[in-house]
Design a protein around this ligand. Structure first.
Ligand code: SF4
Length: 349
């Protein structure tokens, strides 16, 4: 289906058509003309263009800011533009909207979901809370706005342990939705009264214990970087703690920490356990280091739905707008603000 807008094309002299295909909008190449047009349209809309680390390299390169979801949400809140274009998945754009209710937040393709966020619905959480009425609910940021609205404290992978440790030891804790991060938190805090939802990110499947061990053994001089921000590598975080790879080789890092470590590492080669999009920023930060994915199939198809065609469509047509009901946003904002107040919720770009 062609969905070409009848508004002026402006891509140099080249007319473009984009098409809706199973993996998202397609039909536009990320040429220099495309990048110039994206920047022109963003300025014309008075929009700030944000891209998550797991976006396609061309989307990262054209964005005003690249980072993890929390850093981007903070940048969104501080931006002086009327509009935020969030190149990432839907729950991230919702978080930006929660923190910037007065701005228009657009995502280039609203179908860019997240298997981890989808693993618990608001109704399922209501039912779980009814079983444990006195429990404190801790949710990883990979959740919908509605689930955040039913949450006491949100957390990132960087501060999940601190968040749970800050809760009265006699209180039950409901931890959701990521079972690997939950298991890591349970091990680190030694708490028995933490109940863990059995959710996971399907990109995890590509980063398992056997793969980690085999890669570490076949690259004995390489460092191992784990960046569990998005949920795709929380299994690696858990497995590293279980001793699948030698402790001294493992560096568990936030985005900023990972980029600093990339510039400072003495290793010639670094194995990276996370979604493969992160390799682009690492290779730019330290071109002399050979960065290899622990599993090069660990690619999130939702992230990759934000295509050059989708971004052009978004900028030309002002779609798709992200809406969060004001009462849900107000409750969700409290849980996100508590997250920001505890420990180190993660670094910026
Ligand atoms: S990598 Fe996993 S956790 Fe991250 S957006 Fe994709 S499905 Fe969700």
């Amino acid at each position: 289906m062609s969905i070409t807008s009848d508004r002026p094309v402006g891509l140099g002299q080249v007319d473009v058509e984009w098409y809706d295909a199973p993996g998202g909008y397609t039909g536009v190449e990320p040429t220099e003309e495309w990048a110039a047009e994206v920047r022109r349209l963003a300025r014309a809309r008075n929009a700030t263009l944000l891209a998550h680390n797991y976006q396609l390299p061309a989307i990262q390169d054209v964005a005003d800011h690249v980072g993890d979801s929390l850093a981007l949400s903070r940048i969104a809140a501080e931006a002086e533009t009327d509009e935020i274009i969030f190149c990432g998945v839907h729950f991230m754009a919702e978080t930006a909207k929660i923190l910037s209710p007065d701005k228009t937040v657009l995502i280039p393709d609203e179908r860019a979901g997240c298997s981890l966020a989808d693993s618990i619905t608001a109704d399922e959480l209501r039912a779980w809370k009814a079983e444990f009425p006195d429990a404190v609910v801790v949710s990883y940021v990979n959740t919908t706005a509605e689930v955040k609205g039913l949450t006491d404290i949100c957390c990132t992978s960087s501060n999940a342990v601190d968040v749970v440790a800050s809760i009265d030891p006699d209180k039950d804790v409901l931890f959701l939705p990521d079972q690997f991060l939950g298991a890591h938190v349970k091990r680190e805090t030694g708490r028995d009264n933490i109940h863990i939802w059995a959710g996971e990110c399907h990109v995890h499947a590509g980063i398992n214990g056997d793969e980690l061990t085999a890669q570490a053994n076949s690259h004995p001089d390489a460092d191992l970087f784990i960046h569990p921000e998005c949920g795709c590598a929380t299994s690696a975080l858990y497995l590293a703690g279980e001793g699948f790879v030698p402790e001294e080789k493992v560096k568990i890092l936030s985005t900023g920490g990972m980029l600093d470590a990339a510039r400072e590492t003495g290793a010639k080669q670094v194995l990276v356990a996370t979604e493969v999009g992160m390799l682009h920023q690492l290779r730019k930060a330290a071109p002399g280091v050979d960065f290899q994915a622990v599993n090069d199939r660990a690619s999130c198809p939702y992230m990759k739905m934000i295509t050059p065609a989708a971004l052009l469509r978004c900028l030309r047509e002002g779609r798709d707008e992200v809406h969060v009901a004001p009462d849900v946003a107000e409750r969700a904002r409290l849980s996100v603000q508590r997250m920001i107040a505890i420990g180190n919720p993660g670094s910026g770009e």
